[in-house]
Write a protein that binds this ligand. Structure first.
Ligand SMILES: [Zn+2]
Length: 250
């Protein structure tokens, strides 16, 4: 396994000139004895009592962040359990990371690479889950980022059984959007899963009663099937169209 360590990795970040050292990533590894390693990630921090990142900046209230991003962490843990129950031959090695300090600027994922806990060149892919709890009941759409930048994902996704919701892959990676951006910048093929921003985004009303539990379960099963497909269709996701002999228009 190419991961340098498991457990809690401290993350230092500087805010308004002061240094806060209380942030941290939680990292664990599931070794399948495979020659391919996939990182699964979701950020677990949110906004505390509000502050400048809240959309209700004058309200001091607990921001639970049920969708952003307890939903992603729940999915991350369920996915890790699912994978650990599979025979080793049916899975890749996994590095599972709950990132801290995402909201303030992707500090957790940056720290993971900066500290050398993992060499990005050893990763086949990095999957990120940020806000996956609000699948619309009437028009259910899951947005995936990363397919435009790493088009070989299409070969993997075409091996996944069609889910009960629409999968949208047209979106480009939005810089600074979430921790997958850190890995994409480092050249790692990323796939980010999200049901998108709602009116409750970064408000105290982003709470548990608004979540679509069935939708969350459906996305978890889909993400599991994507991991299965990574074993069944072991393409090089770093491969660009030009590498595959498709010449660009001059
Ligand atoms: Zn988030």
């Amino acid at each position: 396994m190419p991961v340098g360590g498991t457990g809690r990795q401290p993350v230092r970040l500087r805010l308004d000139g002061g240094v806060i050292e209380s942030a941290g990533n939680v990292v664990f590894a599931l070794d399948a004895g495979a020659n391919r390693t996939v990182l699964l990630g979701a950020h677990y921090d949110h906004l505390g009592l509000g502050g400048p990142l809240s959309r209700e900046i004058l309200t001091q209230a607990v921001h639970n962040g049920a969708d952003d991003n307890a939903s992603g962490v729940a999915l991350l843990l369920r996915l890790a359990f699912r994978q650990s129950a599979l025979p080793a031959k049916d899975r890749t090695n996994l590095v599972v990371v709950a990132f801290g300090a995402e909201e303030e600027g992707l500090h957790g994922s940056a720290a993971l690479l900066d500290a050398g806990w993992i060499d990005p060149n050893t990763l086949v892919a990095a999957l990120n889950f940020d806000m996956v709890g609000r699948l619309d009941a009437l028009a259910p759409v899951l947005a995936l980022e990363g397919v435009q930048e790493f088009p070989a994902w299409r070969q993997v996704l075409s091996a996944v059984p069609p889910p009960s919701f629409t999968v949208r892959t047209e979106g480009h990676i939005v810089p600074g959007g979430s921790d997958h951006c850190t890995f994409a910048t480092a050249g790692v093929p990323v796939l980010s899963f999200s049901t998108g921003q709602t009116d409750d985004y970064h408000r105290p009303s982003d709470d548990v009663e608004r979540l679509n539990w069935q939708g969350l379960g459906a996305i978890e099963r889909y993400a599991g099937a994507v991991l299965d497909a990574l074993v069944l269709v072991p393409v090089d996701l770093r491969q660009r169209p030009a590498d595959a002999g498709v010449s660009a228009a001059n």
